[in-house]
Design a protein around this ligand. Structure first.
Ligand code: MRU
Length: 313
């Protein structure tokens, strides 16, 4: 089943806030509903946000809305994942050609997400299997699975490809506070795939690495800056530090649409700060993302290439 789709002139999406308790689909009929779904993380994950942005602009055109204003609202719905603006701009560029051309482009962005993430998943799996030469025990953070994309994940797409090729050992899933994308969503996806996995509290993540339980850390990304810095869910950076200390690969799996050459470094990225209520105390500083410096990243694996350091280097 697709995480997000375009059916009869409307968007349908899995309501991710209810997982794993309930698998429910929401129907999105206008841009207000889509902005709301994005902001409360009913639809989330960088590639899925790119598709949501693309479909949202097409939806606005279908409704005869003010497409430019709707596109601006969609772009601003969440600031950190560059894919959202990328998806919006892909479809907005076809505004002069009319609603049919815009819809076709949005559906193309959606279909392409499946194809590209599948390619990057198998590329990442062979990179790890060749490098490590044995079944790979993977540690991952947040949810970079099908739920963060359309049908095939990025980091979890690598895990899925390792599983399908018989090269996967055990998977350690960081719970990913405060909204538990790891414990709720990644664990749910892995269970459906039949993959052996264990959830660990975030503060145990570096210890899992230090104790030799994980052979590699594989995560997704919300934005990869021109200097190779990687922005991803808060709690990623300590895993990269621990991986460097332990001498295991820290691998980032992301589509090319996550590479943002217009942003010089991680320091230039707008890091979303969310409502303290999500943490459960009023004075929480609820950073949603962190920056892993390029020198801690062993490899960035995309649908087109594997690179180390700067995307253009
Ligand atoms: O706040 P979220 O759940 O949208 O954050 C998602 C992440 O940080 C993912 O790791 C990232 O988007 C990559 S998803 C393929």
């Amino acid at each position: 089943m697709r995480t997000i789709d375009w059916v009869d002139g409307r968007i349908i999406a899995i309501e991710q806030t209810l997982l794993p308790g309930e698998l429910k689909v929401v129907e999105i009929d206008d841009v207000d509903q889509l902005v709301d779904a994005i902001q409360r993380l009913a639809v989330r994950g960088a590639p899925a946000l790119g598709v949501a942005g693309a479909l949202g602009v097409a939806l606005s055109a279908h409704k005869g809305g003010d497409v430019r204003a709707d596109a601006a609202r969609l772009r601003a719905a969440r600031p950190t994942a560059v894919n959202l603006a990328w998806g919006v701009d892909r479809v907005l560029a076809l505004l002069p050609q009319g609603v049919d051309a815009m819809t076709a482009e949005a559906v193309h962005v959606l279909e392409d997400d499946i194809r590209r993430n599948r390619v990057l998943g198998f590329r990442g799996a062979s990179w790890l299997a060749e490098r490590l030469g044995r079944k790979v025990n993977v540690q991952t953070h947040c949810n970079a699975g099908a739920l963060a994309c359309v049908e095939w994940g990025t980091a979890l797409g690598v895990v899925r490809a390792l599983h399908e090729t018989g090269s996967l050992g055990h998977v350690y899933v960081d719970e990913t506070r405060p909204l538990l994308q790891g414990a709720r969503l990644t664990a749910w996806e892995l269970a459906r795939m039949g993959v052996e996995h264990t959830v660990v509290v975030d503060s145990a993540g570096p210890t899992v690495i230090a104790r030799g339980l994980a052979d590699a850390v594989v995560v997704g990304a919300d934005r990869i800056a021109a200097n190779g810095d990687v922005v991803n869910k808060i709690g990623t950076y300590p895993l990269a530090l621990a991986a460097a200390r332990a001498g295991i690969p820290f691998v980032v799996a992301a589509p090319e649409s996550t590479v943002d050459l217009a942003t010089a470094s991680g320091a230039d990225v707008h890091i979303e700060i969310r409502d303290p209520a999500e943490v459960g105390v009023p004075n929480a500083l609820n950073y949603a993302f962190d920056v892993t410096p390029a020198d801690l990243v062993t490899a960035i694996i995309t649908d087109e290439r594997v690179f180390h350091g700067k995307p253009l280097g």
